[in-house]
Design a protein around this ligand. Structure first.
Ligand SMILES: NC(=O)c1ccc[n+]([C@@H]2O[C@H](COP(=O)([O-])OP(=O)(O)OC[C@H]3O[C@@H](n4cnc5c(N)ncnc54)[C@H](OP(=O)(O)O)[C@@H]3O)[C@@H](O)[C@H]2O)c1
Length: 332
C-alpha cells in the first residue's frame, strides 16, 4: 500500500573511492525486504555512522547506502502484527544503518525482532537523545553494577567523556552517586562535564603511554569508550578488584597490555556490545532510562539537527571533535 510513497534520505554514494552524502528522494518500494515498515521521525548520531558515511568497509560494505544505526518512529505496516501499526518503536543496532538502510532516511523496513516498544511517556525524540550511545553507556554502567561497583569504593573514570557514550555515562554514574572523574581532551568541555555531574575533569594525559608495568591505583572502576593505548594505561590504574567496561575504539582497536592488572590486582575487563545482544536486554536498559535512570541534563542539552547538517556533524566525529548528544530530526 505504501510502496508508491516517496521519502527523503541522506544517501551516501561512492565515486572513485570518495564517499559523499546528499539528500535524495527515494521510494519505499526500494527498501530492503522486511516485516515492519516504520516512518522515522528521529535518529541519533554515533561514531559508527561517521564510519559508515566515510566508506569504512568494516561497517558498510556496499553503496549507495543510507546510514543511521538508530531510528525512532511509528509503525505504518506490520506483517507480523507485533509491533502493530500505529505503535511507536525504537530500533538500534543489529544491521540497521550498516547493510540495511538506516535512520537517516524517513522510512526503514526491518524485522519485527529488531523493534523495542517505546517506553511509556516517551516520544521518539527522547529515545533518540539516548540512541545507541546512551544504550551503550547504560550497558557499561549496568555491567559495573553487576560486578558490585559501589560509590564508597572510590572514583569512576570515564574516558572519551565529552563524547556521545561518555557524556551519558558521566551523567548516569553521577546520578547513581558515584564520584566521576571525566577524562577528556577538550578543554572547552570542562564546565559542561562538571554540569553533567563530573567531580573532576582531567586531560587525556592521564592515560598517556607510560613504560611502567603498573601505576598508582587511582580509580575504583571505569567506563572506557576509547580503547587502544589509553585503555592499557587505564587498566594499570584500577584499584584491586575493580572493573573496566570497555565499549569503544576511537583511539585504536589494538590493546597491548600485560596480564599484571589482572593477576596482581584482580582487575576485571568487561566487554560491552549494544548491537547484537537480545532485544530483551536492550528493552531493560530503555525502561531504566525512561524511569530511575533519566538523564535530564542530556535530554535538555542535546543538539537537534536536520539532514542538511549531517555531513559536518559526522566529520566532527571522525576528528574526535564531536561533543554531547546529537539528534537528527527529519522535521527540521
Ligand atoms: N560496543 C558497542 O556496542 C558500541 C556502541 C556505541 C559506541 N561504541 C563505540 O564507542 C566509541 C565512542 O562512541 P561515541 O559515539 O561516543 O563517539 P564520540 O562521540 O566521537 O566520542 C568519542 C570521544 O573519545 C574521545 N577521543 C576521540 N579521539 C580520541 C583519541 N584518539 N584518543 C583518545 N580519546 C579520543 C573524544 O572525547 P574527549 O575529547 O572528551 O576526550 C571523543 O569525543 C566508538 O569507538 C564507538 O564505535 C561501541
Amino acid at each position: 500500500m505504501m510502496n508508491d510513497t516517496q521519502y527523503k534520505a541522506w544517501r551516501v554514494e561512492e565515486q572513485d573511492g570518495d564517499y559523499n552524502g546528499t539528500e535524495q528522494t527515494l521510494n519505499v518500494a526500494d527498501l530492503p525486504a522486511g516485516e515492519v515498515l516504520i516512518r522515522v521521525s528521529h535518529s541519533s548520531l554515533n561514531y559508527k555512522d561517521a564510519l559508515s558515511a566515510s566508506g569504512n568497509k568494516g561497517v558498510t560494505r556496499s553503496f549507495p547506502h543510507t546510514p543511521g544505526i538508530d531510528a525512532g518512529g511509528e509503525v505504518v505496516e506490520s506483517a507480523t502484527g507485533t509491533p502493530a501499526v500505529g505503535n511507536s518503536v525504537i530500533v538500534t543496532g543489529y544491521d540497521l544503518g550498516m547493510g540495511t538502510d538506516g535512520g537517516f532516511g524517513e522510512y526503514i523496513r526491518v524485522p519485527s525482532a529488531w523493534c523495542v516498544p517505546m517506553p511509556a511517556g516517551w516520544q521518539a525524540e527522547t529515545a533518540m537523545i539516548y540512541g545507541t550511545a546512551g544504550l551503550t553507556a547504560g550497558l557499561c554502567v549496568q555491567k559495573l553494577l553487576t560486578m558490585g561497583a559501589k560509590p564508597e569504593q572510590g572514583g569512576v573514570a570515564v574516558s572519551g567523556a565529552s563524547g556521545a557514550v561518555g557524556s551519558i555515562a558521566v551523567e548516569l554514574l553521577a546520578k547513581l552517586g558515584f564520584e566521576v572523574v571525566a577524562i577528556s581532551g577538550k578543554t572547552d568541555q570542562v564546565e559542561s562535564l562538571k554540569a553533567l555531574g563530573a567531580a573532576e575533569v582531567v586531560g587525556r594525559e592521564a592515560l598517556i603511554e607510560d613504560k611502567k608495568p603498573m601505576l598508582k591505583p587511582t580509580f575504583a572502576n571505569a567506563v572506557d569508550t576509547v580503547g587502544g593505548s589509553p585503555l592499557a594505561e587505564l587498566l594499570k590504574q584500577i584499584q584491586p578488584g575493580g572493573s573496566v567496561s570497555c565499549c569503544g575504539l576511537v583511539a585504536g582497536p589494538q590493546l597491548q597490555t600485560t596480564v599484571l592488572p589482572f593477576i596482581l590486582r584482580g582487575v576485571n575487563l568487561l566487554g560491552v556490545d549494544s548491537v547484537e545482544i537480545p532485544l530483551v536486554e536492550k528493552e531493560a536498559i530503555w525502561k531504566k532510562f525512561a524511569g530511575d535512570w533519566k538523564c535530564a541534563k542530556a535530554e535538555a542539552s542535546a543538539k537537534r539537527i536536520g539532514r542538511a547538517d549531517l555531513d559536518a556533524a559526522l566529520k566532527a566525529f571522525l576528528k574526535g571533535e564531536s561533543a554531547g548528544k546529537i539528534v537528527l530530526d527529519h522535521g527540521i
